[in-house]
Design a protein around this ligand. Structure first.
Ligand code: 13P
Length: 259
């Protein structure tokens, strides 16, 4: 059962080519000990997903797409669909701040991608978070509210159990300026309150909410200790197998190693 596991996702973004990705996976698989209470997910560039899917031991790591198009097939030059990714990945990032802010993805695009992922048996990781400007204007909770409603508009409560929410304040992504744990805690409570409002108490307690933004091996444990934080979405620190493994180790709560 995935829902009582911590989820640690490494988002490699547009880094590592096919050979480097394969070598990285090889190195990581040698040092990471598999525990029942942690799900480790690797999110390489789309280019490498297929080859890594043949190399990966799914009992050790799952794979996530960083992005995909929401239609299943057709004349959409340059795009890759969730249907094409089905069976290759288990997770799909949706609405990452870089997709929203660099590539102009709208809540409608993001909602369609959440639906496409669910339709294709891929767990969507809906990324939400405020910019520095929105934060300084006191709009953080309004933004989280709007992005949640925008992303989940067509998702049923049964489908919600397969969804992950990643809280990634945009000002903390790739800046080295990680959010204070108290700040993350308040934002995650706001997210759960909003889910309760939309789907009820049970859903708000069981949905998995993770944090991302300049997490390092030194700061990981502070977030993982927060009630309501079910894991981490790691960018820069996931590009080094040793530092990523240090973060994974922080997520274990003493469960036995799975051989
Ligand atoms: P950094 O950990 O590099 O800040 O990136 C976070 C992120 O965007 C993960 O998706």
């Amino acid at each position: 059962m995935v829902n009582n596991k911590k989820i640690i996702i490494g988002n490699w973004k547009m880094n590592l080519n096919v050979q480097e990705s394969s070598l990285y996976l090889h190195q990581l698989s040698k040092i990471v000990k598999t525990h029942r209470d942690v799900e480790v997910v690797l999110s390489p560039t789309t280019l490498t997903l297929q080859s890594l899917s043949l190399q990966v031991n799914l009992r050790q790591f799952k794979l996530a797409a960083q992005n995909f198009y929401w239609r299943d097939q057709g004349s959409y030059t340059g795009e890759v669909s969730a249907t094409q990714l089905r069976g290759i990945v288990q997770y799909g990032l949706v609405g990452h701040s870089e997709r929203r802010h660099i590539f102009g993805e709208s809540d409608k695009d993001i909602r369609s991608k959440v639906e496409a992922a669910v339709r294709n048996h891929i767990r969507p990781v809906l990324c939400i978070g405020e910019t520095a400007w929105e934060r300084s204007n006191g709009e953080t909770y309004d933004i989280l509210h709007d992005q949640l409603i925008g992303g989940f508009a067509n998702i049923t409560s049964e489908e919600l159990s397969r969804v992950v929410v990643a809280y990634e304040p945009v000002w903390a992504v790739g800046t080295g300026q990680n959010a204070l744990p108290t700040y993350v805690s308040a934002a995650v409570s706001a997210i759960r309150n909003q889910i309760e409002h939309l789907y009820g108490k049970k859903a708000s307690e069981s949905i998995q909410v993770i944090y991302g933004g300049s997490v390092t091996p030194d700061s990981a444990a502070d977030y993982l200790a927060l009630p309501g934080v079910d894991g981490l979405l790691i960018g820069g620190a996931s590009l080094n197998a040793h530092s990523f493994n240090e973060i994974i180790k922080k997520a274990h709560r003493g469960s036995a190693v799975v051989e």
